[in-house]
Each structure stands twice: as structure tokens, then as C-alpha cells.
Design a protein around this ligand. Sequence first.
Ligand SMILES: [Zn+2]
Length: 109
Amino acid sequence: MKLKIKKGDTVEVISGREIDKGKRGEVIRVIPKANRVVIQGVNMRKKHQRQVQTQGRTISPGIIEFEGSVDVSNVMLVCPKCDEPTRVAIQREDGASRRVCKHCEALID
Ligand SMILES: [Zn+2]
């Protein structure tokens, strides 16, 4: 199944980790094979970075924060027009598929 969410979309987290619920953010990566998306500022993870030396550069140790992926079923697209998290209808026109907001019927792309 094709994902209805694309990179650059704004989505709202509707379920999953309590801390992330209700958060909105921009989709920065889509992983279609796993049905997952990475959203700016959502599902923040911490990673300990050791001091590394590569080609004369030193990467200082510390804690790196990065976004973990979220299952696409835990998020909903936020319609740019009505600003509501919404389901998306796919409209086919001249062989192209377009996404339509089920709330206000605005064309999303
Ligand atoms: Zn809408």
C-alpha cells in the first residue's frame, strides 16, 4: 500500500508514546517499506557518542538527540487549509493521484 504521507507534510501524532501525543511536526523522512515516518521533534531518542577521530577531525563525545521513526498509523496528516488532522482521500485525475482532505475537501498537493 502506498503511503498517503509525504516528506514535507505536517502531521499530528494521534497515538503512541504519551509524551508525543498531540505533537505536530514536519515529516523529514518517509520509510515506505516499514510504514514509518520520521517527524521533526517527535519520538526524540538519545544516543551516547564516543569520541571519534576521523581524518584528523575529532568528534567530541556527548549525547546526541535524534528523531526515531513513528508508525504511520500513529499519525494523521494536518490539512494545510483547515488546519485539522484529517484522513485523506485519493482522487485520481488524468492518471495522477491527488490527496484530498476529507474535512474540507481541499486539494492537498
Ligand atoms: Zn481540510
